[in-house]
Ligand binder design. Structure first.
Ligand code: ADP
Length: 426
């Protein structure tokens, strides 16, 4: 980047000009009267002096402007070189939703024959690129990174596009608004598009393997569970041991189901049902099922009702994940309280525990796949770190949101919202 030292600033220009003009005005007339005694010749000399002043100041102005332009050109070339040196595609979009600049990597990623092909309206470019989320759902125009950035937000998501040569490319897209110092609304948006096709293919292969393995585990687990139940029924073997076997099989089955579910969402094979149901009775039902594992804890559910539309079984899974976590991460006991409330156009389920809480520095990653906030600590109670990832995907596919508040040592409250079915709204 060019150095600012010695840069021609407006102040410097004005100072140079003012000194020059002041010196000229002060000394030129007195010098002229001393040098030329004849009044006629002096008048002529005055005109020459005036012309000289104009010529010299014009030349000065010309030199200064040329220097300014040369510096600007160097800066432009440096910015161009930086953009073209980037491995990620970069698009600069104006507030009129027009792509105004792209780098070399963008031309290559989108397989455009010339940069000009990409300098079009954003809407046109996105429809040509057929932008979809990785699971195949189209990205609504208002939710695209560019539109969010024009509204002043930064955003990042993974998506798939079709390049101009028909290739399917997986990309990670992030956009940020560029604001002038004194302006509230962004004048430009910079969008960075990274090709993650290789990474995605590796992840797909991994997810397919996990899915196949989980499928293969399902049958033997079901058979072992059936055998344990049969032995219990026939009074064969130690009933206490058989209880333990049954419980552990249930635990493994739940983990296998989570693995299957996570790969279904990743591979785009998760079909959601769309039925009307009462969230309040589902909450009560799931809590009842889990009370057998409550080990002396009370699971308190306040009776409430709220009709929502969606996949009852999967929302049940979300509630079950939150309640199980609440119990698992309160080893010292304490009540688990579940509530359902109406907030505007949403129904909100909250699960509160008085357990370990989550260390502040680990809270940001809690919804990440495979992340376990207590791994490596004395309170590592196992798990695959998938429950919250799956829950987040289920809730977001229903148009809802999931979040938590947690105080280390005091407990946590995990909540999720779902849009109320139309008739429920006030
Ligand atoms: P898993 O599927 O293994 O239960 P989750 O994705 O549900 O994992 O949760 C991820 C991590 O978040 C857990 O390993 C735990 O560290 C933390 N966590 C989740 N719920 C709670 C809670 N109620 N209290 C404290 N920590 C929690």
């Amino acid at each position: 980047m060019s150095s600012l030292k010695g840069a021609v600033t407006p102040l410097r220009i004005v100072l140079v000009y003012a000194s020059f003009a002041a010196a000229w005005i002060l000394f030129s007339d007195s010098a002229l009267s001393l040098l030329v005694r004849d009044p006629v010749r002096r008048d002529q000399a005055q005109s020459v002096k005036g012309a000289l002043f104009v010529i010299v100041t014009a030349a000065l102005l010309f030199l200064l402007m040329r220097r300014q332009l040369a510096e600007r050109q160097v800066l432009d070339e440096e910015v161009r070189a930086i953009l073209d040196g980037m491995a990620d595609a970069v698009l600069v979009v104006s507030h009129e939703r027009q792509v105004v600049d792209v780098n070399e990597a963008a031309k290559e990623l989108f397989a455009a024959s010339h940069r000009r092909e990409l300098l079009v309206g954003v809407e046109e470019l996105l429809s040509r690129l057929r932008l979809n989320y990785v699971d195949g759902r189209p990205v609504p125009f208002a939710d695209t990174a560019v539109m969010r950035a024009l509204a002043g937000q930064t955003s990042t998501y993974e998506a798939r596009i079709k390049a101009f040569d028909g290739r399917e490319v997986f990309v990670s897209v992030s956009s940020a608004p560029v604001r002038a110092r004194d302006r509230h609304h962004p004048r430009l948006v910079v969008e960075v598009v990274r090709d993650i096709t290789d990474l995605r293919q590796f992840e797909e292969a991994r997810d397919e393997f996990i899915s196949t393995a989980a499928h293969e585990f399902k049958t033997p687990l079901a058979v072992v569970k059936a055998c344990a139940q049969l032995m219990l029924k026939r009074s064969q073997g130690d009933p206490v041991v058989l209880e333990v076997v049954g419980r552990q099989i249930d635990r493994m089955t739940r983990m296998v189901q989570q693995l299957l579910e996570v790969s279904r969402f990743r591979l785009g094979g998760a079909e959601l049902r769309h039925e009307r149901f009462d969230l309040g009775s589902l909450l009560a039902e799931v809590a009842d099922d889990l009370r057998t594992h409550a080990q002396g804890r009370r699971v308190l559910v306040e009776p409430a009702a709220a009709a929502v539309l969606g996949d009852r079984e999967r929302i049940g899974q979300v509630i079950s994940n939150l309640l199980e976590n609440a119990m698992r991460f309160s080893p010292q006991g304490g009540d688990v309280e579940a509530t359902l409330s109406l907030q505007g156009a949403d129904a909100v389920v909250s699960v509160r525990d008085h357990g370990l809480g989550i260390p502040h520095e680990r809270q940001a990653r809690v919804f990440e796949r495979y992340y376990r906030a207590h791994a490596g600590t004395a309170q590592d109670y196992g798990g695959l770190g998938l429950g919250l990832d799956v829950s987040r995907q289920i809730v977001s596919r229903h148009g809802g949101r999931i979040w938590f508040e947690s105080d280390p040592g005091q407990g946590s409250t995990f909540s999720f919202s779902l849009p109320l079915a139309q008739q429920e709204r006030a």
